[in-house]
Design a protein around this ligand. Structure first.
Ligand SMILES: Nc1ncnc2c1ncn2[C@@H]1O[C@H](COP(=O)(O)OP(=O)(O)OP(=O)(O)O)[C@@H](O)[C@H]1O
Ligand SMILES: [Mg+2]
Length: 300
């Protein structure tokens, strides 16, 4: 079941030029194991994302399997399976993260649509759940949901379909529309496109780039693809494992041009040149998930 059901509706926070959107300080998470020592999944996580209001920032995380990427996203999402952290603190727009919030949307790798609801009902789900807090009428919910149906490039004829009638890419569009309809200040995406075939994945990357001006949010996206991370990200965080921590950050990555198709952009020599340094630095970390890497110099 998608996690929105348990969301706690909060009054939207006011933007502030000084309060960071996300602050993670000294965070560790150990999972209890019956009859065994707790397992330390992530440790010493220190992150800060500034609130670029009206613009947002897209941060991609890459790292070896099991290094704690999902654990980090789930902590930020405020899932009760992960809170509180074993050590450290997490703050969103200056307030401690104590549970899920409509301001922090989450998109999972496996398309989290409600199977018994139509496409339009799925998109409207969060809006209906938070209608009271948002102060919107049924008519407005319908209008917003229809608008997002079109924004994710689905057709009017798709509105009444059920998830089992849709392709994987279409289902992920529905899940994306459901998150974005709530205008979250932060969108957490856990390998959102990795279950899709290559052309559909590129199409979805392109859609995300095109929706960027509408989203105006901080996006933190976990990817297993270095090309995807470098193409989409303003910053790329590289996690190393055992226990997971941020080993390095790449900044100053060129912003993708919404006019250029993702496939074309990612085969241009300019992009391949930008990709060269992160690839050379990240591949050894991905290959060696067990140990911490030595810090690498900034590139790209
Ligand atoms: N609820 C839990 N209880 C016990 N161990 C957990 C729990 N959740 C995660 N772990 C462990 O914590 C570590 C990090 O898991 P996590 O899912 O965050 O990794 P990941 O980087 O997202 O991996 P992947 O790339 O395969 O998705 C793993 O060793 C995992 O087995
Ligand atoms: Mg994961």
């Amino acid at each position: 079941m998608p996690q929105e059901v348990t969301e706690v509706a909060e009054a939207p926070s006011q933007p502030s030029a000084h309060v960071p959107v996300l602050e993670v300080e000294g965070v560790a998470k150990a999972f209890e194991r019956p009859g065994r020592e707790p397992f330390l999944a992530v440790d010493d996580l220190n992150l800060r994302v500034d609130d670029l209001h009206g613009q947002g920032e897209l941060i991609c995380i890459v790292g070896p399997s099991g290094c704690g990427k999902s654990t980090l996203l789930h902590l930020v999402a405020g899932f009760d399976t992960h809170l509180p952290p074993t050590r450290g603190s997490l703050r969103f727009l200056g307030k401690p993260i104590v549970g899920p919030s409509a301001e922090r949307g989450m998109l999972f790798q496996h398309y989290s649509c409600y199977p018994h609801l139509t496409v339009l009902e799925n998109i409207a789900f969060g809006l209906r759940l938070h209608a009271g807090a948002l102060g919107i009428t049924r008519k407005e919910i319908h209008e917003v949901a229809m608008r997002w149906l079109h924004m994710v490039r689905l057709q009017d004829s798709d509105a009444g379909k059920y998830p089992h009638e849709l392709s994987g890419g279409m289902r992920q569009r529905v899940a994306l529309a459901r998150c974005l309809a709530l205008k979250p200040r932060c969108l957490l995406m856990d390998e959102p496109f990795s279950a899709l075939d290559e052309p559909t994945r590129l199409e979805m990357q392109e859609l995300l780039v095109n929706l960027w001006s509408e989203i105006e949010a901080t996006v933190i996206l976990v990817s297993h693809s270095i090309s995807e991370a470098v193409y989409l990200g303003d910053r790329v965080w590289i996690m190393s494992g055992a226990p997971g921590t941020i080993a390095h950050e790449f900044t100053n990555i060129p912003v993708p041009d919404p006019e250029v198709p993702a496939m074309t952009a990612q085969s241009e020599s300019r992009f391949l040149e930008v990709l060269r340094t992160p690839r050379a630095e990240i591949l050894p970390i991905l290959a060696d998930g067990s140990g911490r890497c030595t810090p690498v110099k900034e590139g790209a």
